[in-house]
Design a binder for this molecule. Structure first.
Ligand code: FE2
Length: 363
């Protein structure tokens, strides 16, 4: 708490200097006397924040640009795959230029935390914006967006009344009718981890065996390939993150339009159930960040109403803030109840999930 008050003061001072650099320089220097670390550096030093990110969306880049414009803080990004970025951060250690790591899936965020790549975030604003179940209790990372991993079905071949829960997909009536990507995929590992957290390892293994036995083919491709498979008649239902269907829906290609017209979205485990499986993409401040203040400020910026709206509209994800209305394509899928489970469970049960999927023959 004390730290965030100090942080606020420095932030205001920063703005004050930037607004009128020459006129206020003398007053500003007077004000920073006592801040040894600040006076040691020239007041005019270029402010920056460096991000390693595995997200590669235009919406993210647009938000970084808006942050630059508003604050004068230069945002530098390095894009890469999760594993490559983790390895790079580990290798670079305290010499790493990265201040922030942005990645998808709470399973990945938990893995980065376990590898000691983060430091706790210090900002009440951030904790106020992100619900407890969508962030690390120790503050090492917070969610920026939500994605739901749900059932997508062929409108002509499946009645929604035949669908109910993830658990129900082990039923023999689905034999040869399900498409889902490989067990290497973190989204699937987190989905299985959520089942372990809910019903224990034994029941989850029994479920995984039945579920895997119902696959229409050996898993291949990404989520969109599973939806396409349903459209092409390879199977009747697919498990996919919602934003992939969002992108197909927004596509101007005739073949994507024809595909989307065949597909329905079903949110499982509704009613008295625990809710549909959701995951996050999120961010943490790196352990050896040199620009902690700017990094904190950028996270705060990304959690503002306006930024959250942008994420929701541009990438067909759900905002982590509860006070943002859904729009367009996302709204058309309907309101749903999300699983209340804390996303920290996805990393907690990741190793068990991988073992169970392996035992069940999920390739
Ligand atoms: Fe994805």
């Amino acid at each position: 708490m004390h730290k965030s008050i100090v942080f606020g003061k420095i932030q205001n001072l920063d703005r004050f200097i930037k607004k009128n650099p020459i006129k206020n320089l003398g007053i500003a220097i007077g004000l920073v006397v006592g801040f040894a670390t600040m006076t040691a550096q020239p007041v005019t030093a270029a402010e920056q924040v460096n991000i390693y990110t595995s997200r590669h969306y235009k919406a993210d880049q647009d938000l970084f640009k808006a942050f630059e414009k508003e604050t004068g803080i230069k945002v530098n990004t390095v894009q890469g795959k999760d594993n490559a970025l983790f390895q790079r951060l580990k290798r670079e250690g305290r010499n790493s230029p990265a201040d922030l790591l942005v990645t998808v899936d709470a399973g990945n965020l938990g893995r980065a935390q376990k590898a000691n790549l983060f430091q706790p975030i210090r900002s009440e604003k951030i904790y106020k914006a992100v619900p407890k179940r969508l962030r690390d209790p120790k503050g090492h990372w917070v969610g920026l967006t939500i994605r739901a991993r749900v059932i997508m079905y062929h409108l002509d071949r499946v009645k929604p009344s035949a669908l109910s829960t993830y658990e129900g997909l082990k039923d023999k009536k689905w034999k040869g009718r399900i498409l889902i990507r490989s067990s290497n995929n973190i989204y699937n590992q987190s989905l299985v981890a959520s089942l372990i957290a809910t019903m224990g390892k034994e029941k989850t293994l029994a479920w995984a065996k039945g579920f895997t036995a119902n696959f229409a083919r050996k898993p291949k491709g990404g989520d969109r390939d599973q939806i396409r498979g349903v459209g092409a008649g390879v199977a009747d239902i697919a498990i996919s993150n919602t934003y992939y269907l969002g992108r197909l829906t927004a596509s101007k290609k005739a073949k994507d339009k024809a595909l989307v017209a065949k597909i329905g979205v079903f949110f499982p485990n509704q009613g008295a159930g625990r809710g549909a499986h959701i995951n996050i993409s999120g961010v943490g401040i790196t352990r050896h960040a040199k620009n902690v203040k700017n990094a904190t400020r950028l996270i705060e910026f990304l959690l503002r109403k306006k930024s959250q709206k942008k994420y929701a509209n541009a990438n067909y994800e759900y905002p982590v803030r509860a006070d943002i209305p859904l729009s367009g394509i996302v709204k058309a899928w309907g309101a749903f109840k999300a699983d209340h489970i804390n996303v920290v469970n996805f990393a907690r049960y990741n190793a068990d999930a991988v073992r169970i999927m392996d035992k069940a023959g999920w390739r």
